[in-house]
Design a protein around this ligand. Structure first.
Ligand SMILES: Cc1ncc(COP(=O)(O)O)c(C=O)c1O
Length: 345
């Protein structure tokens, strides 16, 4: 057994709020957000809209709620919504999108999460009167399941040029923008709406924003209320979010750490296990039938990871892991491979 506290690579959501966030939360000016009177919520929404280059933004609980209110506000019930086959929406939110938003997700196979113009055009132009009408395309950037891959702005523009409105699931858009060398607003320009997260990598305890034109954000506010999401003195949360938005550039450190982890792991895991080097903060290892045992062996050594889908183990770097945690993970992987009796190379 290991006495050290676990090195937790399960997700970039496991971070604890920083002392600066906690101080900002304690000192936050608040009011009743139902009446639009929470100055800290208003400041956060204003700041997010400014960063995304949109007219307005709305604070919601998290990424799933952001996607849900966006769908409820953007397309009628029964509409088709195109999304990449391994996107969070298709993999983990389809129950809510069908049961609550009443939309019909139409999965499209992408290349590292990037959907082609042709695939969207084919679905958009299908005019079979018996088929569901496609009303929206969702672009997940960065794309989590493929190892945090980054959409080029031109690829977003190309999808948007088909003519269907685009929703960017930007839970990790700041990771994508830092790695891709573009501003978040460069992507938002091609989208009808964009979501961003305050607690994935940025350290806030909760909160996402949905950003778009003012009339659309008004409809999202209605949708949030339908979901029971009326906020009151939510400035307590928004205060941490404002600190989080000051810290976007720090995501570079998480990306560098993920590259180090990838490079070191590639010396201990079998050939073909690791796809190419990560652009952002997610390393996936295709462990196949060994995945469960591998995760358990790491866990016994105090290194926590997840089998995100059967056979695929995910390591995510974030502000609460460092180089020594990476070295520990690599040592643990080496021991795990020995225990599994699998020769690295
Ligand atoms: C790309 C993406 N969008 C949305 C979500 C949903 O976020 P949550 O489960 O925190 O609501 C996730 C969760 O990991 C995600 O990776």
């Amino acid at each position: 057994m290991n006495d050290e506290s676990p090195a937790d690579f399960r997700s970039d959501t496991v971070t604890k709020p920083t002392p600066r966030m906690r101080a900002a939360m304690a000192d936050a000016e608040v009011g009743d957000d139902f009446y639009g009177e929470d100055p800290t919520v208003n400041a956060l929404q204003h700041r997010a809209a400014e960063m995304l280059g949109t007219e307005a933004a709305l604070l919601v609980t998290g990424g799933s709620m952001a996607n849900l209110v966006a769908l409820m506000a953007m397309v009628p019930r029964g509409a088709g919504v195109l999304a990449e086959v391994d996107s969070d929406l298709v993999k983990w939110e389809a129950h809510a999108t069908s049961a609550v938003a009443g939309v019909n997700l139409q999965p499209v196979v992408g290349d590292h999460g990037v959907i082609s113009h042709e695939a969207v055009a084919e679905a958009a132009l299908a005019d079979d009167p018996r088929a569901p009408r496609c009303g929206l395309v969702v672009v997940e950037n960065s794309h989590c399941a493929s190892g945090g891959s980054v959409w080029p702005v031109a690829a977003v523009a190309s999808v948007a040029s088909v003519g269907l409105p685009v929703l960017c699931d930007g839970a990790r858009l700041f990771n994508a923008s830092v790695a891709g060398g573009y501003a978040p607003s460069d992507v938002a320009r091609h989208c009808a709406a964009v979501t961003v997260s305050l607690y994935k990598g940025l350290g806030a305890p909760m909160g996402s924003l949905v950003c778009g034109p003012a009339d659309l954000v008004d409809r999202m506010l209605w949708a949030r209320r339908v979901l029971g999401g009326t906020y009151r003195q939510a400035g307590i949360i928004a205060a941490a979010g404002l600190v989080a938005l000051d810290d976007v550039d720090r995501l570079r450190d998480d990306h560098a750490l993920a590259r180090l982890l990838w490079a070191e792991l590639s010396t201990v895991l079998p050939d073909g296990t690791l796809p190419g080097p990560p652009r952002t903060n997610i390393v996936v290892a295709r462990m196949g039938a060994h995945a469960g045992e591998f995760v358990a062996a790491l866990g016994r050594q105090g290194v926590v990871v997840t089998e995100i889908v059967p056979g695929v183990v995910r390591f995510v770097t974030h502000r609460d892991v460092d180089e020594s945690a990476v070295r520990r993970a690599v040592r643990a992987a080496e021991v795990a491979m020995a225990e599994l009796g699998t020769v690295a190379r």
